[in-house]
Design a protein around this ligand. Structure first.
Ligand code: GLU
Length: 292
């Protein structure tokens, strides 16, 4: 196989919990099972949602679990110039355009087309500003989807063949918000390429973003990583575990217990030895080996 580089990309909106540790452990094990490198990227671009100091807490928790990146972590808050450049090239290619629509304007336009409910809480963009800026507010920048392949196909190493019609199911999506912040979709694609990420391993809740990211990679001429989306840990309310539904921070005084719980979600057996032994045993037992 070519060189393997994997990553864990937490948003520092709080400490690592049982759910986020599954993604961290899975990405580490997949990298080690393929003889690859494992990097960490702190996704602190949505600054209003970031909690000061959470990045250092997460790095400390990872280290306590024996998950230490092979290079110094990357902080997205330091990478705006790269996102700016990527957006400029999409604008130059006619693939991104400014949009002055408010959320309520999008809802009104969608209602007029008989689209009542936002999908996954997201609004399918009706294309109001596609041929020219409407509204007078600060403009966001959106990525055109009508030039994307009608059905975007990609392969998930665990979930199998995936398909999404970006244009009708997502619509032209935001690359830069009206408040100037770059979005996850743009930043993740720019940084996965900048860090040479060959394999993305992350929670299944993010699978739905992959078609957008594949489209951006194609539009920016960037290589496409392979994707593996891991099972989720559910919270008390039946939704993905999060701080809001009872997730407790990983206790760095009992890292093996936390690791065993994460391993169980990944279908790996309980291990009672040292952290190093447990990680080695799980690496050997890792079920999602790929040939490439
Ligand atoms: N920063 C994202 C999160 O914490 C993960 C991004 C990714 O792995 O692509 O949910």
């Amino acid at each position: 196989m070519g060189g393997y580089t994997g990553r864990f990309a937490p948003s520092p909106t709080g400490a690592l919990h049982a759910g986020s540790l599954v993604a961290a452990l899975a990405s580490w094990l997949d990298a080690r099972a393929h003889g690859g490198r494992w990097l960490v990227r702190i996704e602190d671009i949505d600054t209003p949602r970031c909690v000061p100091g959470a990045d250092e807490v997460i790095l400390t928790q990872l280290a306590a679990c024996g998950l230490v990146p092979d290079e110094a972590p990357l902080w997205q808050s330091e990478r705006a110039a790269w996102y700016e450049q990527a957006l400029a090239s999409l604008v130059a290619a006619g693939l991104a355009y400014p949009c002055g629509c408010s959320r309520s304007a999008i809802d009104v336009a969608n209602a007029a087309r008989g689209i009542a409910r936002p999908r996954n809480g997201e609004r399918v963009y009706p294309g109001t500003c596609r041929d020219g800026l409407h509204g007078t507010g600060l403009a966001a920048w959106r990525m055109r989807t009508q030039h994307a392949p009608p059905l975007l196909h990609w392969q998930d190493r665990r979930l199998g063949a995936q398909t999404q019609d970006l244009h009708t199911q997502v619509g032209d999506f935001v690359l830069r918000r009206a408040d100037g912040l770059f979005t996850y979709q743009l930043a993740v694609v720019v940084d996965d390429a900048a860090q040479g990420i060959s394999h993305v391993v992350r929670g299944e809740d993010l699978a739905d973003n992959t078609a957008r990211q594949r489209w951006l990679q194609d539009a920016l001429g960037l290589p496409a990583p392979q994707y593996l989306h891991t099972p989720l840990v559910m919270g008390r309310n039946g939704e993905k575990l999060s701080k809001q539904n009872g997730a407790q921070p990983i206790d760095i005084r009992a890292p093996l217990a936390a690791l065993n719980a994460a391993a169980d979600v990944l279908g790996l057996p309980e291990h009672g030895g040292t952290i190093g032994d447990a990680l080695a045993a799980w690496t050997a037992a890792w079920p999602w080996r790929s040939a490439t």
